[in-house]
Design a protein around this ligand. Structure first.
Ligand code: HEM
Length: 369
């Protein structure tokens, strides 16, 4: 029945194979009472567990004398592998709730990077809710109903929807989806089936210093606009040099198959690296010691009326055990030298500490209270 269990050691939606669609929402708290935050997390837990199995929100859906507790648009739709993943941002730990001492060091403020073009309307947030599902209407329904449940306690700060190809339309099952620049995206990622690897790279460990986040993970989101029109006027060999991979096969330059190792030491006859020094894969790979779990989606949000161009790009999402050792150093290198920077612009940014999974009867973020 296409159900991903909501309860468990870890939250669903992190190492879960990516569904077709995402609705990501950042909320700001309007309450100043910690007890109200706790009640919100309890309500959100119960109703998220229900929505993950395709049930209605609440129990008052047939009483003609009151507004139904569920908004109704997901009725008759499959659970669509819905996952709902919650986290809290740095501002959650400011003076308002007295939780400053609980802020994990790994929930670092993301430093400014060269070329950043960040806008407040796509950045930050006290709380993050990532909903992924194979049906956009189901994903939207979840965000809408969680927002409704938060009335009086939290308000939306920003949202972004995104898509991959629909699983159904892929000719070859399990083929790596392509981003809007036409390249396979997601080839090199740590193996989510390897539990040790996940403990090393994705899940916060009890030895990391903040007990309440153990088995949780840190999410970094960047809303990255693509200068699609410029890219589309760029010759293929230059596009391939930008990434360091062939567009058609997804193989690294100088190799044959998509999953071949990057031949980082290979030089051409003039002594230049076959995988260019400023290519995206070489720079993001670095010495191979920093790894992140990428789980991004493409987005298209209408027209930028200043330029008449598409506002489309990558809703970059990555999970990791410690952003100070993973995303941040990686992005620092990319921001300085990535050839891809000619074609992209980072215009949103946020970081969240995503909770451990909730147990049945418990609730998300329980260790905080
Ligand atoms: C690899 C696209 C931004 C980290 C790749 C690949 C593509 C790609 C096509 C090669 C295939 C693959 O392994 O998935 C993009 C685009 C971006 C973007 C279009 C922006 C619009 C970022 C950012 C980061 C990042 C911001 C992290 C700071 C990585 C990593 C790899 C990768 C770690 C794998 C490198 C390796 O081979 O070890 N990206 N990327 N990317 N990207 Fe990006």
């Amino acid at each position: 029945e296409e159900i991903v269990p909501f309860y468990g050691t870890h939250q669903a939606g992190i190492i879960t194979p990516a569904q077709d669609y995402i609705c990501l929402a950042a909320f700001d708290l309007t309450t100043t009472k910690l007890s109200a935050v706790k009640e919100l997390f309890q309500k959100w837990t119960l109703e998220s567990a229900r929505m993950s199995t395709g049930e209605f929100v609440g129990t008052e859906n047939t009483n003609p004398n009151i507004p139904p507790t569920d908004t109704g648009e997901a009725a008759g739709l499959s659970p669509s592998r819905t996952t709902i993943t919650f986290g809290v941002g740095p501002t959650f730990f400011d003076h308002r709730f007295g939780l400053a001492s609980k802020r994990p060091a790994a929930l670092a403020d993301i430093p400014p990077f060269a070329g950043d073009n960040l806008r407040p309307e796509w950045s930050g947030g006290d709380i993050c809710v990532q909903v992924c599902a194979d049906d956009m209407q189901v994903a939207f329904h979840a965000i809408r109903n969680l927002t409704r449940l938060a009335r009086g306690t939290a308000v939306l700060r920003w949202t972004q929807e995104g898509f991959q190809r629909a699983g159904k339309s892929a000719r070859t099952k399990d083929e790596t989806p392509r981003n809007l620049l036409g390249f396979k995206d997601g080839t090199v990622n740590p193996d989510t089936k390897d539990a040790n690897k996940m403990n090393q790279t994705v899940w916060a460990q009890s030895s990391d210093g903040a007990p309440w986040i153990t088995n949780g993970s840190y999410l970094v989101v960047r809303r990255i606009r693509m200068r699609i029109e410029v890219w589309d006027r760029t010759i293929l060999s230059e596009q391939e040099a930008t990434f360091g991979r062939y567009r058609d096969s997804g193989a690294p330059l100088g190799a044959v198959n998509e999953f071949d190792k990057l031949p980082l030491d290979q030089k051409d006859s003039s002594g230049k690296s076959i995988i260019p020094d400023r290519s995206h894969v070489r720079l993001s790979h670095g010495d191979g010691s920093e790894e992140i779990l990428r789980r991004g989606y493409s987005y298209s949000s209408g027209v930028d009326h200043k330029t008449g161009q598409l506002d489309a790009g990558l809703l970059f999402i990555c999970y990791q055990r410690d952003p100070r050792k993973q995303f941040i150093p990686m992005q620092k290198r990319l921001a300085q030298s990535d050839k891809l920077n000619e074609y992209i612009s980072h215009n949103g940014s946020a970081i969240f500490a995503c909770f451990a999974g909730a147990k049945q009867g418990g609730y998300i973020g329980e260790g905080l209270f």
